[in-house]
Write a protein that binds this ligand. Sequence first.
Ligand SMILES: [Zn+2]
Ligand SMILES: [Zn+2]
Length: 97
Amino acid sequence: MSSITCNYQQTVSVAERLSALADAACQHCGISSKDLLSHSEVLEVCAEEFSSDIASGQRELIPVALCPNCHKKHHLDARNNHNPCQITARDSREWLD
Ligand SMILES: [Zn+2]
Ligand SMILES: [Zn+2]
């Protein structure tokens, strides 16, 4: 299991995780699961926002495969603090733009 506290990993189903990891490369930096394995690391699953419904505020998430390094960054908020919810973390970064 991941050392990163990740809300999404608590809720993702096994099927969703397997299908995300079937791509077998980090969706951010492109490192393959084979390359990671040579550093004894594995891809981790997280989610990105696919769409959000403005009326209901409902957000649709899609699972993505990330290497541990990119996964960590995915959860950093604007102050470089770890946020278990990657969507809130990203929102806080975007406020700075
Ligand atoms: Zn990566
Ligand atoms: Zn995550």
